[in-house]
Write a protein that binds this ligand. Structure first.
Ligand SMILES: Cc1ncc(C[n+]2csc(CCOP(=O)(O)OP(=O)(O)O)c2C)c(N)n1
Ligand SMILES: [Mg+2]
Length: 318
């Protein structure tokens, strides 16, 4: 990998972290309303995996979607405006945090219903196959979503039809306040779910951006060659509650602190410096640039107009 590629991984992860911190602040100020699920702690997954994709590959994700949107290169100002409910937002201010979208970048949402995005993703994969295009669809979902029928039905059909799709499980060990062992029937790793559908699976440390990138590259290569779907489980942790409304009393301090030791925003820059790949002053200059991007995003969102009342019934299907 080139030095610039390493720095880009850091830049994107730091951009997500600062974006999420700013969202939290602006939620407290009442400038962002409604549901808000932050991605803090999980940055290495979106950045590592999406850096392994081509621009024409499709991404479909769940409601914890800010990180994937930023990793795909959506404009932070238009994303912040969306969260502020402004007309300049990526979904014209009518979608909010859970419905980020940019069809031009093949970023197909942002979906609020747990597991609903999974069959939609199979549709994009089927379209690629039907058109004889070698584009791949990646669908992100949480551990909680693996208990949905949509997950199992899509895994089965994708396997039978050899669809070009990567099932990407972000296992942060909790679905809202429920720990994974309390809802998984056998408490084992998730790879046996993929085995059941004859889908190749791998497991990766989701706090290690380089490992996530490499594991995703291997899977994407197989899928692009026409071998059918793959499944990746990345283990990770959200550093705060499920949403802004959740004080996360169901987790103990020791568990949270243990995961914070693996914070990719601490471990990755340390690695870059100790390996002589980058210097502290290069990191500082990235930090300064991004702090300005976030200030600008908040200014843009604050000053943008609200959607016109005439827009109320637009883009509604009934
Ligand atoms: C079908 C459905 N049931 C319940 C909910 C409420 N709900 C929102 S998020 C969530 C937990 C999902 O956990 P997980 O899939 O592990 O994702 P994470 O939030 O941990 O990223 C639930 C139950 C919903 N949005 N949709
Ligand atoms: Mg979860």
């Amino acid at each position: 990998m080139q030095k610039s590629e390493y720095l880009e991984l850091y830049r994107k992860m730091y951009l997500i972290r600062r974006f999420e911190e700013s969202c939290g602040e602006n939620y407290s100020r009442g400038l962002i309303r409604g549901f808000l699920h932050l991605y803090t702690g999980e940055e290495a997954i979106a950045v590592g995996s999406i850096s392994a994709l081509r621009e024409d590959d499709f991404i479909v994700t769940h409601y914890r979607d800010h990180g994937h949107a930023i990793a795909r290169g959506l404009d932070p100002s238009a994303l912040m405006a969306e969260l502020f409910g402004k007309r300049t937002g990526v979904s014209r201010g009518k979608g909010g945090s859970m419905h980020l979208f940019d069809a031009k970048k093949n970023f197909m949402g942002g979906h609020a219903i747990v597991g609903a995005q999974i069959p939609l993703a199979a549709g994009f994969a089927l379209a690629s196959q039907y058109r004889h295009q070698d584009t791949v669809t990646v669908v992100f979902f949480g551990d909680g979503a693996t208990n949905q029928g949509t997950f199992h039905e899509t895994m089965n059909l994708a396997s039978v039809w050899k669809l070009p799709i990567l099932f990407f499980l972000e296992n942060n060990f909790y679905g809202m306040g429920t720990r994974v062992e309390n809802i998984r029937s056998n408490g084992k790793s998730f790879s046996n779910l993929a085995d059941g559908y004859d889908i190749t699976s791998s497991q990766v440390d989701g706090m290690d951006v380089l490992a996530v990138k490499e594991t995703t590259e291997e899977a994407i290569k197989k899928i692009r060659q026409g071998q059918g779907p793959c499944f990746i489980e990345a283990t990770t942790f959200r550093f705060q509650g499920h949403s802004m409304a959740d004080p996360a009393k169901y987790r103990n301090e020791k568990e949270v602190e243990g995961w914070k030791q693996k914070d990719p925003l601490i471990t990755f820059p340390k690695y870059l410096i100790s390996e002589g790949i980058a210097t502290q002053s290069e990191m500082n200059s990235i930090i300064n640039d991004i702090d300005q991007i976030i200030d600008e995003a908040v200014r843009f969102a604050s000053e943008s107009p609200e959607p016109d009342l005439k827009e109320l019934n637009n883009d509604i299907y009934a």
